[in-house]
Design a protein. Structure first.
Length: 104
């Protein structure tokens, strides 16, 4: 007996829920590390939908895009962590409301 395939709608609903959780995290949180984690969650939601569409259509192009998105996300995480560490060293906080380096 063959296992039943999960419909595409379920993947898209899960992807939408993950993306909304990420957006809510970016909008409501003031901690820079949590904001970066929420952005990563949104990128993973997009990756999930791209892989789902790729598997549904039988084309591997979506999975190739996901590979490149993961590479860019890894670079973004490294650069973001470096920025957060530099801000913490200078301001002793990672809350974006308390960081005012653009003011004179």
């Amino acid at each position: 007996m063959l296992p039943t395939a999960i419909p595409l709608d379920y993947y898209l609903i899960l992807s939408a829920v993950l993306f909304v959780v990420g957006v809510v995290g970016v909008i409501t949180r003031r901690n820079a590390i949590i904001i970066f984690m929420s952005i990563e969650l949104m990128l993973n939601a997009v990756n999930l939908s791209m892989v789902a569409f790729s598997a549904f259509s039988g084309d591997i192009a979506g999975q190739m895009f996901v590979f490149f998105i993961m590479a860019v996300a890894a670079a973004e995480a490294a650069v973001g962590l470096a920025i957060v560490l530099a801000l913490f060293r200078n301001k002793q906080t990672v809350y974006v409301d308390e960081i005012n380096i653009m003011k004179w």
